[in-house]
Ligand binder design. Structure first.
Ligand SMILES: Cc1cc2nc3c(=O)[nH]c(=O)nc-3n(C[C@H](O)[C@H](O)[C@H](O)COP(=O)(O)O)c2cc1C
Length: 198
């Protein structure tokens, strides 16, 4: 495969014209097949030692949304409950148990076993990265996202992950956004403000 710079149209869709969305086209559902297609892209993004600690809970049913509702910050309730899908981006604190199957080049499991600080740091860093891959993969598929950290993560963990070692990181509302209701673009830092070249 020859690698080329993406077209302006693709860069606009992924970055320049893409917005965080809070309102959703009511007649556009997100099929389970689309969620499968989305994950097939997301899983290809790089993670440290190929550990892939992110776990995803896709909340689609009204019953599951009602279970999530009490843990949302009040300002996030309406925009979340109206989304076709709410993705709980989580990480598995036992992700390292899968390393022998995921990394055939090095025995990385012993780096983590019995080291809770490194487990937490690695799981959080990489699930945050994988959540960002999800946002961009969703945009590449023509979907829109509304990422959110305004929620009670401990409460969500008790409600949905009581019997597993998953811990929630952040939420992503997912659907086809109502562009007429997108917020105006807020300023971005310039290269000079955010970057240094040594
Ligand atoms: C990790 C994360 C957490 C966020 N949490 C919230 C939130 O709790 N509530 C909310 O209304 N917006 C939330 N946002 C949305 C941001 O404010 C928004 O993405 C940012 O202002 C950029 O907007 P734009 O994509 O339209 O330029 C969050 C975004 C990210 C990436």
């Amino acid at each position: 495969m020859s690698v080329i710079k993406l077209s302006d149209q693709a860069l606009d869709q992924l970055f320049r014209l893409a917005h965080t969305h809070y309102a959703w086209l009511p007649d556009r559902e997100v099929s389970n097949e689309t969620l499968q297609e989305l994950y097939q892209l997301v899983r290809m993004g790089p993670t440290s030692a190929n550990g892939q600690p992110m776990r995803l809970l896709f909340i689609k049913s009204l019953a599951a949304k009602e279970r999530l509702k009490p843990y949302l910050a009040p300002a996030n309730v309406a925009k979340t409950m109206s989304a076709p899908v709410i993705v709980v981006v989580a990480h598995d604190l036992e992700f390292y148990e899968k390393l022998p199957a995921l990394n055939l080049a090095v025995d990385a499991r012993p780096w983590f076993a019995g080291n809770p600080n490194l487990i937490q740091e690695t799981a959080f860093r990489n699930s945050s990265l994988q959540g960002a891959y999800l946002i961009l993969a969703a945009r590449a598929l023509g979907l829109d996202c509304g990422p959110m950290s305004g929620f009670d993560a401990g409460g969500v963990d008790q409600e949905f992950f009581a019997d597993v070692s998953w811990r929630s990181n952040f939420l992503i509302n997912l659907g086809y956004g109502d562009t007429s209701k997108a917020h105006p673009r807020q300023p971005r830092l310039t290269f000079g403000e955010a970057c240094k070249i040594l």
